[in-house]
Design a binder for this molecule. Structure first.
Ligand SMILES: [Zn+2]
Length: 113
């Protein structure tokens, strides 16, 4: 499952951070998952709960920020909001929009102790 491997890489990143700058555990973790990232937020939360126990992430509160998808339409030179990356331009109907935002997956912030 895509969300499971995403949670495992989050854990690896956090563990690497903990090795550089020792902390015992993460109390709060904020992720930025764009609307176009292709991640099911419910599945991600479910996988996080499965991965976290007995790791540095055990008991961490998960906060997920979901920036909307954004793309540029070349024919009408507008920035449009997208709910999925295969949509056409709502103004002129053109396909092949250039995604400019909302496809990111990253750890935005965390609190540790
Ligand atoms: Zn357009």
């Amino acid at each position: 499952m895509h969300e499971m491997s995403l949670c495992e890489s989050i854990l690896q990143i956090v563990e690497a951070e903990a090795a550089r700058e020792p902390f015992m555990r993460v109390t709060w973790l904020q992720l930025e998952i764009g609307a176009l990232a292709g991640v099911e937020i419910d599945a991600l939360r479910f996988c996080f709960e499965a991965v976290a126990p007995n790791t540095i992430l055990a008991g961490a509160e998960l906060d997920i920020v979901e920036p909307p998808g954004e793309a540029r339409c070349v024919p009408c030179d507008k920035t449009v909001l997208l709910t999925d990356r295969y949509s056409c331009c709502p103004h002129c109907g053109a396909y092949g929009l250039q995604v400019t935002g909302g496809d990111q997956m990253r750890i935005k912030a965390m609190e540790v102790e």
